[in-house]
Ligand binder design. Structure first.
Ligand code: PEP
Length: 251
């Protein structure tokens, strides 16, 4: 059975004190079912602290929001996958649309980052998603297929088991406009089908596919009830413990 996952992407929000308080709150109210997993993606600066707080349960983990495409060396300001793993984080988020847009991250570059993550035994939450213009012109299926295939389809079936996909329509991120459940389910089913074609049914059915884009307590239940939606990558609503806890309890 694939995991249900709720991952909080804090982006450049919450200082150390605020982040620790939020993690404490969430840990005190973890979902009681065994299949719901919670991931926190804080700033690098206190990733180690958050990972330590998550160490007592396999159902909770810390994630980095990005990693370098390089192994090590003269890359001032960069953080390597090895450094992240050495802080006991278990995941890294790659390909978030903000990184693709603001830092010009290409599918090719992300392929290299995935390689660094895997060399260091990190699981990858791989983000994909289309802009509104792409959706309105009907190229969104091809776009998402290309994002996934160019960055991930060099992986073996065994390696792919360490990938979580996050479908995040850019027009829904931070806008308050959520994809309808039908729109999200349609893309999630499409993604699962391309995984079936590439890796077969077993891998496709065991891959968690998360929805991201203005997911909140009021819509999480309906979204998560869909056949191919296995949880969420949550931005804004992950910064408030009551909201985030409510989302973790929405399966
Ligand atoms: C995100 O940035 O990954 C995200 C889903 O943001 P929000 O929930 O705020 O739309």
């Amino acid at each position: 059975m694939r995991k249900n996952i709720v991952a909080g992407n804090w982006k450049m929000n919450l200082n150390r004190t605020e982040g620790i308080a939020l993690v404490e709150d969430v840990l005190a109210k973890l979902p009681t079912d065994n299949n719901t997993h919670v991931v926190f993606a804080p700033s690098f600066v206190y990733l180690h602290k958050v990972a330590k707080m998550c160490a007592n349960t396999s159902k909770v983990a810390a994630a980095a929001q990005d990693c370098s495409s390089n192994e090590k060396g003269a890359f001032t300001g960069e953080i390597s996958a090895n450094m992240i793993a050495s802080c006991n984080a278990r995941y890294v988020v790659l390909g978030h649309s903000e990184r693709r847009a603001n830092f010009k991250e290409s599918n090719e570059l992300l392929k290299t980052k995935v390689g660094q993550a895997f060399t260091n035994n990190l699981k990858v939450i791989f983000c994909c998603g289309e802009s509104l213009v792409q959706r309105e012109s009907g190229v969104h299926f091809d776009w998402i297929n290309t994002q996934i295939s160019e960055s991930l389809f060099h992986l073996s079936s065994e390696e792919f088991k360490n990938i979580v996909i996050a479908y995040e329509p850019i027009w829904a991120i931070g806008t308050g406009v959520t994809a309808s459940t039908d729109q999200a389910q349609e893309i999630h089913a499409f993604i699962r089908n391309i995984l079936v074609d590439q890796y077969g049914l077993e891998v496709a059915l065991s891959t968690s596919i998360l929805y991201g884009g203005s997911c909140k307590p009021s819509n999480a239940k309906e979204l998560f009830a869909s056949q191919d939606i296995d949880g969420g990558l949550i931005g804004g609503a992950s910064l408030n413990s009551d909201d985030f806890i409510a989302i973790t309890q929405s399966f």
